[in-house]
Structures are given as structure tokens and as C-alpha cells.
Design a protein around this ligand. Structure first.
Ligand code: GDP
Length: 315
């Protein structure tokens, strides 16, 4: 039975990945921050901070996994401007340390990279040949880790950097715009809230279903030859379209009267559109997205409505 080690198991993707691997019979070890609520039975938890390179390396040498999935990281682009140093340590240096350890124990390595490495791309859709030119501290740290995967691959590591486009689910934290909208719409439907404040409504993102992106990670780890891949649906939608679809789920067509645009939420530097061309992973590894935009929005709104129903005592 293979053994896998996941960092960032407390996040959206970490949870889905642990469940996916456990269902397959994989022995799953995870690095989690002290106090992280992982809540998945059967995961062997190792407490520690990935930014502590020596401790992390020691954990990997001890577990000697067959596969290492690096999902740890500060996940907010907006917040990376407030903490550029911490972002570099966690999203950049820690990843490099993990690769070194994975290389030394002969483990396969999957890096959860991000479309943010492309910054403000001048071509659309982006693919594996798009220049890496980040535009924020989050993207720059991810870009360093992305390059280091190639550096270690040349040294013999079975390493893959997956350039993941935005991927969402009911487990997405509420500081991401999709969940902010789905939870806001559910609260409006329940009569708990009146309005939602948003930033740039025109921003376009390629939003996919998070478990599909976790599937790409497993395919990459099991591939015969390691290679970097863009993972995306290939379809971009605006924040405005997301809001319209979410309000549509609760029967509100004239949604604009429920949404305020707060200039404080508009980012000083924001990619107007990120959309990926995933042809390579589709062709080489047989990956494909299983949930389209409308269904993604519907699942998120339904999950948030259910959450409110179960949280609110009847009467
Ligand atoms: P990101 O792409 O990883 O930064 O994911 P987000 O969900 O945080 O942001 C996606 C896009 O939505 C960005 O272009 C944001 O500028 C835009 N956006 C518009 N309004 C909001 C908002 O109220 N909150 C967030 N987080 N993003 C917003």
C-alpha cells in the first residue's frame, strides 16, 4: 500500500485529497498546524509548521512516503500584500525544503501552484508556455516554488507543478469571492441579511470544482513521466456572472439591488482575466472537469442554504 504525505491538510484541497486517498486505501500522513481542525478519521497527523524546514524535513525522513503533496500555503492573494515575507517563507521556501526532502527519500512530489504565477498575462487562455511573470507577493512566492520543481526534476525528482486555476466548493473559506457570494445569497434567502458588498465585479476567473483539481494531483503523482500542467476548465466568468447565477438559484433576477460595490474591496493590482488551457493534462493524463459553472454555483448556494437551515433552530 502506498504512503502519502499531505501538507496543508486543514485547507479545502487538503481535506478533499485526504478523503480521496483514504478511499483508495492509501496510508495518509499529514502535516498540520497546531490547533488545525482536520476532522478526517484515519489520517496520521504530524503537528508542525512547514515554514520550520528542519522539522518538516525530519517528518518526511521519518514517514518516508511514496508521494508528497504540497498544499500548504497562505492562500489569499489580497492578504499577501500585508505579509510578503511570511508568504515567501511558506509558499516559496517551505516548498523548496519539501522538494529536497522528497528527493532524498525518493518520493514523488506534487506542488499546488497557481495561475497567479502568470500575473497580468497578455495572452488568453494561458498554458504551460505562458511566461511566468507574477504581479503580487503570492504569485512571486508560488513562482519560486514552480521553478524549484523544475530544478529538482533535473536532479532526478519525480516532481510536478500543477498550475491550478481558481477552484471552489462549499468548503472554500468566505474570504474568497465565490463563497462570499454563495453564503451572502443564502443569508438573504433566509432573511438574515440584506445585501452583499463586493469589489471588482468585472474580474474574470476560471472557476472549477475543487475535487476535480485534487484528482489532477493524484493523476500527476501517478504519471509515468513528471511534467508541469495547467489545470483549468477553460471557461472564464466574471464576478458579476457568478453573482447573477447565485441570485438566480434563489429566484432573484434583479440581483443588482442586493449588491453594493465597495471601492475598498477593489484591489490595486488585479488580473482582469485568468483563464487556463488544460489541453496538455487532458491529452496526456486523461484529466477532465466534471462540474460546469452553473452546477458549481448551484452546489455552493445549496450547501450554504442547508448550513443555515441546520444551524437555525425551527420556530
Ligand atoms: P483569488 O483569485 O485567488 O484572489 O480569489 P478571490 O476569490 O479572492 O478573488 C477572485 C476575483 O474576485 C479577484 O479578481 C477579486 O478582485 C474579485 N473580487 C471582487 N469582489 C471581491 C470580494 O468582495 N472579495 C474577494 N475576495 N474578491 C473579490
Amino acid at each position: 500500500m502506498p504512503t502519502a504525505l499531505i501538507t496543508g491538510v486543514g485547507g479545502q484541497d487538503g481535506g478533499y485529497l485526504a478523503e480521496r486517498l483514504l478511499a483508495d486505501g492509501v496510508e495518509v500522513h499529514a502535516l498540520a498546524l497546531p490547533g488545525d481542525d482536520v476532522g478526517i478519521d484515519g489520517v496520521h497527523l504530524h503537528t508542525g509548521d512547514v515554514a520550520d524546514l528542519d522539522a518538516t524535513r525530519a517528518s518526511i525522513l521519518e514517514v518516508a512516503p511514496d508521494e508528497v503533496y504540497n498544499l500548504a500555503g497562505l492562500s489569499s492573494v489580497a492578504r499577501s500584500w500585508d505579509e510578503p515575507g511570511l508568504t515567501a517563507r511558506v509558499n516559496g521556501l517551505a516548498a523548496a525544503g519539501l522538494m529536497g526532502a522528497a528527493h532524498d527519500v525518493g518520493a514523488r512530489f506534487v506542488q499546488a501552484s497557481s495561475a497567479e504565477i502568470f500575473g497580468l498575462p497578455d495572452r488568453s487562455p494561458q498554458d504551460e508556455d505562458t511566461p511566468v511573470r507574477p504581479a503580487n507577493p503570492y504569485g512571486a512566492a508560488k513562482a519560486y516554488a514552480h521553478f524549484m520543481v523544475e530544478v529538482y526534476r533535473r536532479r532526478g525528482l519525480h516532481g510536478t507543478s500543477l498550475v491550478l486555476y481558481n477552484h471552489e466548493s462549499p468548503r472554500r473559506p468566505a474570504h474568497f469571492v465565490t463563497r462570499k457570494i454563495s453564503s451572502g445569497v443564502a443569508a438573504i434567502a433566509a432573511g438574515h441579511a440584506g445585501r452583499i458588498s463586493l469589489g471588482n465585479l468585472a474580474a474574470r476567473r476560471d472557476w472549477g470544482w475543487a475535487p476535480d483539481y485534487v484528482e489532477a494531483m493524484v493523476l500527476a503523482a501517478r504519471a509515468t513521466t513528471p511534467r508541469d500542467y495547467v489545470v483549468a476548465t477553460g471557461e472564464a466568468h466574471s464576478v458579476e456572472e457568478f453573482a447573477a447565477a447565485a441570485f438566480g438559484c434563489i429566484g432573484i433576477a434583479d440581483w443588482s439591488s442586493y449588491v453594493d460595490v465597495d471601492p475598498a474591496l477593489i484591489r490595486p493590482v488585479d488580473a482582469p482575466a485568468l483563464v487556463g488551457d488544460a489541453s496538455r493534462i487532458r491529452e496526456e493524463l486523461g484529466w477532465q472537469p466534471t462540474v460546469d459553472f452553473g452546477e458549481l454555483v448551484r452546489r455552493m448556494v445549496e450547501a450554504d442554504r442547508l448550513l443555515l437551515e441546520t444551524a437555525t433552530p425551527p420556530g
